[in-house]
Design a binder for this molecule. Structure first.
Ligand SMILES: Cc1ncc(C[n+]2csc(CCOP(=O)(O)OP(=O)(O)O)c2C)c(N)n1
Ligand SMILES: [Mg+2]
Length: 336
C-alpha cells in the first residue's frame, strides 16, 4: 500500500485561531440549517428529495476556509454543507428547497441542484459522479486560461464505483490539473455497506494513488486534519503540480434521503451510529477551541444565535417568496 496514512494535526498547517473560529462557525451554520430542514420537512412545503449531511460537516468546513470566492466547488446530492461552507447564501438555499423563484436555481432545482455562480458553487447534480468530470473540465479551462483557480469536487464512496470517476482522475492527472478530489466516505451507498461493494482492506484513496496523484485517507470528522491535508492539496494545485485526492472517513447521522432516522431498516446498527455520534465533528471542534482558550461561552452563544437567526430569517424569506411563474418553466433549462 502506498497511500499515505498519516495524521498531520500537529503539522505547521494547523489553522490560526481566527481561521478555526471561521471553521466552527461554518459547521454551526450547516448543522443548524439542516436541523431546521429536518424539523420543517414534515410541514410538506419542502417537496424536493433532501439528503442531509449532519455528522459530515467537518469536511467542507475544513476545506472551504482555504478557498477564495473565485475557486470553484462541485457537488452531488448531499450538497447543503458544501454550498453553505463555500459562502452560499442561506436565503437562496432555503428558497430553493421551498421551490421559490428567489432560490439559487430559481426554485426549479431543489436540494439536489443547488447552483450559485456568485460564490463559486458551480453546481450540484444527483447523477452520481457526473460533476466529477465537470469539475475536471473546469480545472482544465482554468489551466488553459492561466487562471489561479482551484476546483474542489466533493463526492461519496458510492460515486467512486462509476466509470466517469476513473476517466476524470486519469485525465486530471495526465494534464496536471488544479483540482482536488474529496471523497466523503460515510461507509454507505444508500443502504449498501462497503463490504458488498468494494474490495476489503483497500482504502478508496488508493484509487487516487493508482491514477498517479498524491492521495490520503484521513479522519473526516476532524476539521483540523481535513484542513491540513487540503492546505497541502491547494498549495499543490496553485503551484501547477496537479491534482490531489483526499478520502475523508465520516458518517451520516440521518437516513439516506429525508429527515428521519433509519436504524429500524436494519442495514446499520444503533451501536454504529452511537459510536459515530460520540465523534460529533462539531462538538469535538467546539471543545477543542474552548480548551485552547480560543472560544469562550459568550462567543459560542453568539455564534449559535447568529446562525439560528440567519436560518430563521431564511425560512421566513423562503416562505414569503413567490413560486416561479408558469411562463418560465422552460427558461433557464437545456431543451431536450
Ligand atoms: C448514476 C447513478 N446511479 C444511482 C443513483 C442512485 N443513488 C442516489 S444516491 C446513491 C448513493 C450514493 O452513495 P455515496 O456516493 O456514497 O453518497 P452518500 O449518499 O453516501 O453521501 C445512489 C446509488 C444515482 N443518483 N446516480
Ligand atoms: Mg456514501
Amino acid at each position: 500500500m502506498t497511500t499515505q496514512q498519516k495524521d498531520i494535526r500537529a503539522a505547521a498547517v494547523l489553522p490560526d485561531a481566527k481561521t478555526r473560529l471561521a471553521v466552527l462557525e461554518s459547521m454551526i451554520r450547516v448543522r443548524l440549517a439542516e436541523e431546521a430542514i429536518a424539523a420543517l420537512y414534515g410541514e410538506g412545503e419542502i417537496r424536493c428529495p433532501t439528503h442531509l449531511c449532519i455528522g459530515q460537516e467537518a469536511v467542507a468546513a475544513g476545506i472551504s476556509v482555504l478557498l477564495s470566492r473565485d475557486d470553484l466547488v462541485f457537488s452531488g446530492h448531499r450538497s447543503h454543507g458544501h454550498y453553505l461552507a463555500k459562502g452560499g447564501d442561506m436565503n437562496a438555499m432555503f428558497a430553493e428547497l421551498y421551490g421559490r423563484v428567489t432560490g439559487c436555481a430559481r426554485g426549479k432545482g431543489g436540494s439536489q441542484h443547488l447552483v450559485d455562480l456568485a460564490c463559486g458553487f458551480m453546481g450540484a447534480a444527483p447523477i452520481l459522479s457526473s460533476t466529477i468530470s465537470v469539475g475536471v473540465g473546469s480545472a482544465w479551462a482554468a489551466k488553459l486560461d492561466r487562471r489561479d483557480q482551484v476546483s474542489i469536487v466533493y463526492f461519496g464512496d458510492g460515486a467512486t464505483e462509476e466509470g466517469t470517476f476513473h476517466e476524470a482522475l486519469n485525465f486530471a492527472s495526465v494534464h496536471k490539473l488544479p483540482v482536488i478530489f474529496v471523497c466523503e466516505n460515510n461507509l454507505y451507498s444508500v443502504h449498501s455497506a462497503m463490504d458488498i461493494r468494494q474490495p476489503e482492506g483497500r482504502p478508496i484513496a488508493l484509487l487516487g494513488t493508482a491514477h498517479g496523484m498524491p492521495s490520503v485517507t484521513c479522519d473526516g470528522n476532524d476539521a483540523d486534519v481535513v484542513h491540513a491535508h487540503a492546505a497541502e492539496a491547494v498549495a499543490r494545485a496553485r503551484a501547477g503540480e496537479g491534482p490531489s485526492f483526499i478520502e475523508c472517513m465520516t458518517y451520516r447521522w440521518m437516513e439516506h434521503c429525508g429527515p428521519g432516522d433509519d436504524i429500524p431498516l436494519g442495514y446499520r446498527t444503533a451501536e454504529e451510529l452511537a459510536d459515530w455520534r460520540i465523534r460529533d465533528p462539531l462538538a469535538i471542534y467546539r471543545d477543542r477551541l474552548a480548551a485552547a482558550g480560543e472560544l469562550g461561552a459568550a462567543a459560542e452563544a453568539d455564534l449559535m444565535k447568529k446562525a439560528r437567526d440567519e436560518v430563521a430569517a431564511a425560512v421566513a424569506f423562503a416562505k414569503a417568496s413567490p413560486y416561479p411563474e408558469a411562463a418560465e418553466l422552460s427558461e433557464h433549462v437545456f431543451p431536450v
